[in-house]
Design a protein around this ligand. Structure first.
Ligand code: ATP
Length: 242
């Protein structure tokens, strides 16, 4: 088991958002974390990257409890996070953005790392001298994923990469996510576009009111089931006869 979240309680200051989350993710899995607005999906990703107030429970990464560590320590453990919304340096070039992402490397060979990223995302290499802010939304999302991948993480936590993107750009971003997964990376994806997420991922986990209420291979969950789960916390087909 690569990542084991056990009875995790977390939130912001006095605010409790996660109420005993349990989730296990194996090496190389692609898991979609779904759920209604405000369920705590982003909070769970942030907790895995040390950005919330830890209140209880464990986050075991390769057997070691890392709950409560800071983001830089999470990075050092091979965990990378791509936040929701635009998070690149708009007035810097692609090259410079990747340099910023390499900032935390100790004795990093920036050139080598940048070439590694450009090999993964040739579309970025072509435009390396352009300002990030001048690229399309989809390309900027790829840049942000590239900035996270530069540290060669083992797991990528990706929050709502489709937000604000045109359909073509969404397809581009999801194709790249699938490619990153096929390259051996473990992916935990939060996404409102449930159809795209279920096409890309292997497993669907549904969070509601700060708890995991569903966990299965994507094939075992229809769109109608998802709607029911989001609204009521149960699947209609699981309802007991009165
Ligand atoms: N920085 C913060 N400080 C205080 N409360 C926050 C903070 N970020 C989120 N919250 C609250 O935590 C709760 C869960 O939010 P979260 O963003 O984790 O939900 P979500 O499932 O990702 O929803 P969405 O799909 O709308 O992004 C919400 O009530 C939200 O208002």
């Amino acid at each position: 088991m690569e990542l084991e979240i056990d009875k995790l309680y977390a939130g912001y200051g006095h605010l409790d958002i996660l109420h005993g989350v349990g989730l296990k993710i194996r090496h190389g899995e692609f898991v979609a974390l779904l759920g209604p607005n405000g369920a705590g999906k982003s909070t769970l990703l942030k907790s895995l990257f040390g950005m919330t107030t830890h209140k209880g429970g464990a986050i075991r990464w390769k057997g070691k409890d890392i709950a409560g560590l800071r983001p830089q320590q999470m990075l050092a453990h091979g965990i990378a996070y791509v936040p929701q919304g635009r998070c690149n340096f708009q007035l810097m070039t692609i090259d410079e953005n990747l340099e910023m992402a390499a900032y935390t490397l100790k004795d990093g060979d920036l050139k080598g790392e940048r070439e590694y990223v450009y090999d993964l995302f040739p579309i970025l290499r072509k435009r390396r001298n352009e300002l990030a802010g001048n690229m399309s939304g989809g390309e900027q999302q790829l840049l942000e994923m590239a900035m996270a991948v530069l540290r060669r993480p083992e797991i990528l936590l990706v929050d709502e990469p489709s937000v604000g993107l045109a359909p073509q750009a969404i397809t581009l971003v999801f194709n790249e996510l699938k490619r990153l997964h096929e390259g051996g990376r473990t992916i935990l994806l939060v996404e409102q576009n449930t159809r795209k997420a279920m096409q890309a991922a292997e497993r669907a986990v549904v969070l509601r009111l700060g708890k995991v209420i569903w966990d299965s291979p994507v094939g075992e969950l229809s769109n109608a089931d998802l709607g029911e789960l989001f609204m009521t916390g149960r699947r209609a087909s699981d309802a007991q006869p009165a």
